[in-house]
Design a binder for this molecule. Structure first.
Ligand code: AMP
Length: 309
């Protein structure tokens, strides 16, 4: 079983969807990735930074999920990264209302001794210079490096981001970000261009329209589960990434065939994430319901057809 190191934001989020509004609640890419990956019982650690305003109870909740926080710096006199977003009725599009980097602005990550030998590295969404610094601090290249990012970093730090992308194995981004990164509208062409930037595998997330996995000539598609309740899509992409890499780390198999299963695991966890505001659903998830929903995924996508030629 692999050792998984995650870098990304641990944040306060304020979210507005057509179904409700929250004040500052727990959020952040690394938080969602960690919660999702924690379902595999791996040795998992987070590298991030928060301010003195970050509640102890959030830290305890993450520790209770067996997430190692040795790499989480607490800047006592600083403020935690804050993000605020608003979704319109089409939950696939959102407007960012605020991105206050706060303690993230000067963050110098340190890979703790107990994760120097990690074999799975998840570079979650945050400044590409931080992602690069983590890659450079790990003495032996991990078995698999996965990167997730977003339009904010493409708008502000594209050159640095491209340098990190040249060093990774898998990128997970949404359709709009794939178009922005590649300059191509067609997702098939976008994936080809992104392959040429470095990653052997390109995962394009399409929200409620599922996810595509590209490996040079090969493509795999996983639908999103049609859900009765969707409250808040925040963190779905990160939850997907946590399920994806968590499954790969738990099986120590990075073949294309296994990555297809990892995409299903990622989609499965994302389907839970969106059912409640923030991290609430992912904080309370049982093994039984995970398995039941995997069964639904199987039923949704399985069919028999007779080919005549
Ligand atoms: P997702 O919905 O999967 O794209 O992720 C939403 C999470 O990303 C929220 O919990 C935010 O705290 C975090 N986030 C938003 N903007 C940024 C950013 N520019 N850098 C890093 N994390 C961010």
């Amino acid at each position: 079983m692999g050792k998984l190191l995650i870098v990304g934001t641990v944040a306060f989020d304020a979210i507005e969807t057509p179904f409700g509004k929250t004040e500052k609640i727990l959020g952040g890419a690394a938080t969602y990735i960690g919660l999702s990956a924690s379902n595999f019982g791996l040795d998992t650690g987070i590298i991030s930074v928060v301010g003195g305003d970050f509640p102890q109870e959030y830290l305890q909740m993450l520790r209770d999920k067996n997430i190692d926080l040795t790499g989480l710096e607490i800047v006592k006199e600083g403020k935690t990264f804050f993000w605020s977003g608003k979704y319109d009725y089409n939950l696939n599009t959102r407007d960012t209302l605020a991105t206050d980097l706060n303690v993230l602005a000067d963050f110098q990550p340190v890979v703790p001794d107990n994760f120097q030998d990690c074999d799975f590295l998840m570079l979650g969404n945050l400044h590409p210079a931080v992602q690069m610094s983590v890659i450079n601090q790990i003495p032996k290249r991990p078995k698999l490096v996965v990167l997730d990012t977003m339009n904010f970093w493409m708008d502000n730090t594209m050159d640095e981001l491209k340098e990190v992308i040249s060093k990774i194995d898998v990128i997970t981004i949404n359709d709009e970000e794939a178009r922005q990164l590649s300059g191509e509208y067609s997702l098939v062409k976008a994936a080809q261009i992104i392959h040429e930037m470095g990653p052997q595998y390109v995962v394009i997330k399409k929200g409620e329209n599922g996810a595509l996995l590209f490996n040079n000539g090969d493509v795999f598609f996983a639908p999103a589960l049609p859900l009765e309740e969707v409250f808040d899509p925040t963190g779905a992409g990160d939850t997907f990434a946590g399920g994806f890499i968590g499954y790969l780390a738990s099986t120590s198999d990075v073949s294309f065939e296994n990555m297809k299963r990892a995409v299903i695991f990622g989609s499965n966890f994302a389907s839970f994430c969106v059912e409640k505001f923030g991290t609430k659903r992912m904080e309370n998830l049982g093994q039984q319901e995970i398995q039941e929903r995997l069964k639904q995924f199987k039923q949704l996508t399985q069919f028999e057809i007779e080919l005549t030629h």
